[in-house]
Design a protein around this ligand. Structure first.
Ligand code: AHG
Ligand code: MN
Ligand code: MN
Length: 357
């Protein structure tokens, strides 16, 4: 085992040797994050035996019910990383405000932002969940950050990654030199490099979208999905397959493995929420990984990594995956849709009859 596989520690040290001036702080922080992920993986795997399933009975700043595991995972992230002197501050999906480090710990040169448990609606049904994280440089190293310090575009990320808690636990990360996956050996408690320089396939026949929101989508998304559904006899000239896990981590992992395209687009349900997923700790780290793997990530109208954040919990539309599909969807957003029937599936010539009103 040890002779055949590179450990996460070895991989990070070898990466650092390529940057002679590097202090090792980034590596140390990534290893602390990896420790938090191992602790979460352990609790997730024990499930009901660990007493961690079910609601915590609170609502977070997003207006979402917090699960017990959301809070536990948040605590693991905070406590695995706050003490080391490598971070200056943190933002978590589960905390209303940026986290101020306890006074006794030194402030470091990085900012850590994370979604401690992604896909939490899947916990109780024993479907894959994950953690997502992004590391930025602190504009004022050694000092408590101001909330604005976190509002950096995704291009500024120094590391982006996720852990998926599935049949196996896999840590996938990039420090801007490709995307690499490390599988946890639970008996040794060690992550081993199992996929190096992951590249997304160039074409796909698979898309992922929550179709129950169809009536709220914009014309560009209506058109794209309609064309996929039309299959061989439609304008795409081939059949498509559809998947929806309701866990961004699982969808990203599938797309990094066998290709595909994911859409959580802008919709008209709530004008205060232009999308569902959060920019700093969901879409930006995933967009960093996807671009590093040769794919593309967009809001539909612009490259995700160039969006200037305005709020730490800001939501954005998110479309990513195989480059040629993402570019096609972007081109639909950029076209004028004046003549497009917004309900093409339900027209007289559509796939379904419109319900009588
Ligand atoms: P979280 O559990 O961190 O709040 O994120 C859930 C997100 C994401 O993982 C997934 O892609 C999406 O919500 C699922 O949304 P629907 O419930 O609309 O399917
Ligand atoms: Mn999430
Ligand atoms: Mn979450």
């Amino acid at each position: 085992m040890l002779a055949d596989h590179t450990t996460l520690v070895q991989f990070l040290i070898e990466e650092r040797r390529r940057h002679p001036g590097a202090s090792g702080d980034l590596n140390a922080l990534i290893l602390d994050v990896a420790l938090a992920c191992k602790a979460i993986a352990n609790r997730v795997a024990c499930g009901a035996l660990a007493g961690v399933l079910g609601s915590a009975g609170h609502t977070n700043v997003q207006g979402e019910t917090q699960q017990k595991l959301d809070l536990l995972a948040n605590d693991y992230f905070l406590h695995a990383t706050e003490w080391s002197g490598h971070v200056a501050g943190m933002v978590s999906e589960e905390l209303d405000e940026p986290y101020l480090l306890p006074a006794e710990f030194p402030r470091g040169k990085y900012l850590l932002v994370f979604d401690p448990l992604d896909g939490s609606s899947n916990i109780d049904v024993n479907v894959s969940v994950g953690s997502i994280f992004s590391i930025l440089r602190a504009p004022n190293p050694g000092a408590d950050p101001a909330p604005e310090d976190f509002l950096q575009p995704g291009t500024e990320q120094v590391c982006g990654g996720y852990a998926i808690y599935g049949p196996s636990t896999i840590l996938v990360l990039t420090v801007g030199t490709g995307v690499h996956a490390f599988t946890l050996d639970p008996t040794l408690g060690e992550f081993f490099l199992t996929r190096e320089n992951i590249q997304i396939p160039a074409t796909t026949g698979e898309f992922a979208i929550n179709a129950s929101n169809q009536r709220f989508w914009e014309p560009a998304v209506q058109r794209y999905v309609q064309e996929c559904l039309a299959g061989k006899s439609g304008p795409r000239g081939r059949d498509f397959n559809m998947r929806w896990v309701a866990s961004l981590v699982a969808e990203t992992h599938r797309i990094l493995t066998r290709g595909g395209v994911f859409l959580y687009p802008q919709d008209s349900r709530d004008p205060a929420k232009p999308g569902k997923l959060r920019l700093l700790y969901e879409t930006n780290p995933m967009a960093f990984l996807i671009e590093q793997a040769g794919g593309a990530a967009t809001t539909g109208r612009r490259r995700m990594l160039e969006v200037e954040p305005e709020k730490v919990h800001q939501r954005v539309p998110f479309i990513f995956g195989v480059r040629e599909e993402v570019e096609l969807i972007e081109s639909y957003h950029n076209e004028i849709h004046e003549n497009l029937d917004p309900w093409p599936l339900y027209g007289t010539r559509g796939l379904f009859r419109a319900p009588a009103s």
